[in-house]
Ligand binder design. Structure first.
Ligand code: SF4
Length: 339
């Protein structure tokens, strides 16, 4: 449920919750889909726990499909979550602010407070937590992952998803070097029997090892299953474009249609489609070809690192059932998979 002040959208939900329930029932039925994932998204959804509880309650008596609830948060108000909500939330996506992780070379109170809240919640409630990080030119991916490893069940990162980034040549050099170090660290842990749930690596290894068929839709769900509902009830297929008519798919009263949102020819003709899944549908519509090529270059660099290590990874896979289990973990599908 989104509320972006700058879009001119109302800050709170304007439609009756029965309309939302009817919309979800209808979409599930039309698609003969027995599973729904309902994600609380922002802005910052934890600013309005009452509404979250009301929405969860409005789905209490659903029989036709199973629901997973996901909370997407910055974590600052997580300590205030009620038991009633926490009992229903299956997955928390916690977006971390890298700039605040360290303070003068030491672990910051920001990070310690978030870790404490997570520990307290997880002692009482069964939920998994995915730490999410945007990689800007100031981010050390390796430092962040090593810090986050103990507090989070899974780690997912995304390359800075803006149309333009300053000093892109430097950004690319740093990102590649960080990915190479992190992959080295990840595989050395695997050799010792320890599986680190770094989702981008797990996803690539899984798709390679299982030789999956080329996807027909974006891994991120753009133009396929991702529906983001604005506060006025209008629906978009990308969480980063909830004000743009290019990504609008309808509204909860009139229904939705995904038009002109298929995976691009560039991706269909790409050798790496099985590993990449097209990365981001919005990127292909909104960004310049030059910028898209930057993303492709960085992800292809990662694919090649993993392809080169595949014989080793296969050996580990044959001898460590925990690695196979990690590759089959459904949490991978909750992310875009490709940074
Ligand atoms: S690497 Fe680029 S062209 Fe290839 S599938 Fe990914 S986004 Fe598409």
């Amino acid at each position: 449920m989104l509320s972006k002040e700058q879009t001119g959208m109302p800050l709170s939900i304007q439609y009756p919750l029965r309309d939302l329930r009817q919309f979800v029932d209808k979409v599930q039925k039309e698609n003969n889909d027995k599973f729904a994932t309902i994600c609380f998204f922002g802005g910052e959804p934890t600013l309005n726990y009452e509404k979250i509880e009301a929405i969860i309650t409005s789905f209490d008596k659903v029989k036709a499909y199973e629901i997973n609830f996901i909370l997407h948060t910055n974590g600052l108000l997580l300590s205030k979550i009620s038991d009633k909500i926490a009992d229903k939330i299956d997955v928390v996506f916690l977006s971390l602010n890298y700039d605040k992780l360290l303070c003068g070379g030491r672990i910051s109170n920001y990070y310690l407070d978030i870790s404490k809240s997570l520990n307290a919640i997880k002692q009482k409630h069964k939920m998994s937590v995915i730490g999410r990080l945007t990689i800007t030119s100031e981010t050390s991916l390796t430092t962040a992952c090593l810090l986050m490893e103990n507090a989070f069940d899974y780690i997912y990162w995304q390359i800075d998803n803006r149309e333009q980034v300053d000093k892109i040549a430097e950004y690319k050099v740093v990102y590649k070097s960080e990915i190479a170090s992190l992959f080295d660290y990840w595989i050395s842990n695997l050799r010792c029997g320890k599986v680190l749930n770094y989702i981008p690596f797990l996803s690539i290894v899984k798709n390679l090892a299982d030789n999956i068929p080329a996807p027909k839709n974006y891994f991120c769900g753009y133009g396929f299953y991702s529906i983001f509902i604005q506060t006025d009830g209008s629906c978009y297929t990308c969480c980063e474009a909830v004000e743009s008519s290019k990504h609008k798919i309808g509204d909860i009263r009139g229904g939705i249609k995904f038009l002109d949102m298929d995976i691009t020819n560039k991706c269909l003709n790409c050798l790496y489609l099985k590993l990449c899944g097209g990365r981001c549908g919005r990127m292909h519509k909104d960004f310049s070809q030059e910028r898209i090529t930057d993303f492709c270059e960085l992800n292809i660099y990662t694919f090649k690192l993993i392809i080169d290590a595949l014989p080793q990874l296969q050996q580990i896979l044959n001898s460590n059932p925990a690695f196979r289990k990690a590759l089959d973990d459904y949490h991978i599908d909750y992310t875009e998979q490709t940074p």
